[in-house]
Write a protein that binds this ligand. Structure first.
Ligand code: SF4
Length: 445
């Protein structure tokens, strides 16, 4: 039977030393109960705690941290379907280069990876990793390209070769990047585990079928190395879909530890349709790292947008900070608009105000990330709460205007807002953000 957080806390030292990254032993115990942490993160766990909690306290899909600052996280998933709870760590997207590519082509791709930035609903989305494939068979050349990729982008790498010497040279060259060595098979595993350990990289493991792969992962884990990533040997989209699904289901539903690791998929070719299909499969069906064969900005927009949607916690809407925003270059006499801090609402409303060509202030109170009508129905967007927020941010000192334009959908709060904000006039604006431009032209210009 699974232990509760309180039961687990009784087994911990209760010194609240914070070395596990949690503020208290109880907070850490709660994470263990939710399988979002591992007991090994507490250096002071007693033998009794280890014995009782043991493997049962590990997350069903192990968390792997990559990158020089270990900020790129993989795994730690606890549910099969997003609607059950949430997915935790999104599929990392990597762009592949080969060590036989022309230096100008390598330079160009690395620059594109470094520069790529997609801003969406307040999130900054970037390429997560670079994959370097050894086609030269020359360890020195391969290691030099890996080093260049890391030095240029400061992204963790997927270091891919069939040649142990090449992997060893590259692993040393990018030590400190916390990258992924790909991929160990039953014949090369012993040597590559040593190389991965010495240079602090994760190790991808592969085998011709799922049985052999699970056996290999189990042996490696029993040997004390747990920084593992699964690289299924598949030859079609259907096979990959099946392998990802079987492994995730086995890890989550059957607590089958050899499949309790993030995965790695190389998309090696095909037309854009094939590449997009494979990548979508990884994003929607449990992929850990998805290596794309080329840099394609347009495809990245689609994939990152999809990924953002899949990995956004449905219980926690994306929010913007509650405050007053300047749209354009407003002065003290510029109009004041009001909306909620649901990110999508904020960006649509601010975009439409900008499109209208007017400079304005946009007041965004705390509404727990709800849209206008939902916030109002939940009592988070009432006249009294908005007035309290406006007084709290000292809006009256920032603007001389005493007129606030509220969303048309909540016209009913205008009376209460006027009562709570003496001296202010409340103007009911349009219901739809798309009508802001015509509203501005008709009423404010
Ligand atoms: S490291 Fe261990 S003792 Fe320290 S706060 Fe975390 S759980 Fe408690």
């Amino acid at each position: 039977m699974a232990l509760t957080g309180l039961q687990i806390q009784k087994l911990l030292p209760k010194t609240n030393c914070k070395e596990c990254g949690s503020n208290t032993c109880l907070a850490f115990a709660m994470k263990l109960a939710a399988k979002k942490a591992e007991l090994s993160e507490c250096p002071y766990a007693s033998d009794e705690a280890k014995k009782i909690l043991g493997a049962a306290s590990e997350p069903p899909v192990k968390g792997i941290a990559l990158g020089p600052d270990k900020k790129l996280k993989l795994g730690e998933e606890t549910v099969l379907y997003r609607h059950e709870k949430t997915f935790v760590n999104q599929t990392a997207l990597a762009i592949d280069i080969s060590d036989t590519d022309k230096p100008e082509a390598i330079e160009k791709t690395l620059k594109s990876v470094s520069d790529y930035l997609l801003e969406r609903v307040g999130e900054e989305l970037r390429v997560d990793m670079v994959s370097v494939t050894d086609k030269s068979g020359d360890p020195a050349k391969f290691a030099a390209v890996c080093k260049k990729a890391y030095d240029t982008t400061k992204r963790p790498l997927v270091i891919r070769s069939q040649n142990v010497q090449s992997l060893a040279a590259a692993a040393v060259a990018v030590k400190g990047s916390n990258s992924v060595i790909a991929s160990a098979n039953p014949k090369t595993a012993v040597e590559l585990i040593r190389i991965a350990k010495e240079n602090e990289h994760a190790l991808a493991v592969t085998a011709p079928n799922l049985d052999d792969l699970s056996a290999l992962a189990a042996v490696i884990k029993e040997g004390g190395f747990n920084n593992i990533i699964l690289n299924f040997e598949t030859f079609s989209l259907a096979e990959q879909f099946q392998a990802n699904s079987i492994a995730r289901r086995a890890a989550l539903k059957d607590s089958f530890k050899p499949f309790g690791y993030p995965t790695l998929k190389f998309i090696d070719g095909g037309d854009d349709f094939d590449i997009a299909g494979d990548a979508i499969n990884e994003i929607t069906k449990y992929g850990g790292i998805c290596v794309l064969p080329k840099f394609d900005a347009a495809m990245l927009v689609s994939l990152m947008t999809l990924r953002l949607n899949i990995y956004t916690d449905p219980q926690k809407p994306i929010q913007v900070e509650p405050k007053i925003y300047a749209i354009g270059e407003p002065d003290k006499n510029s109009p004041v608009f009001l909306t909620t801090n649901f990110s999508l609402t904020y960006f649509i409303v601010s975009g439409e105000i900008e499109n209208s060509g007017t400079n304005a202030w946009l007041v965004v109170p705390e509404c727990e990330g709800m849209s206008v009508l939902t916030a109002w129905a939940a009592g988070k967007f009432s006249g009294a709460s908005i007035a309290k927020f406006i007084k709290g941010i000292n809006l009256e000192e920032q603007v001389a205007t005493r007129q606030i334009i509220i969303p048309g959908y909540v016209a009913q709060i205008s009376g209460e807002l006027e009562e709570s904000l003496p001296g202010w006039k409340v103007v009911v604006g349009p219901q739809e953000a798309a009508d802001i431009e015509s509203f501005v032209k008709a009423r404010l210009k």
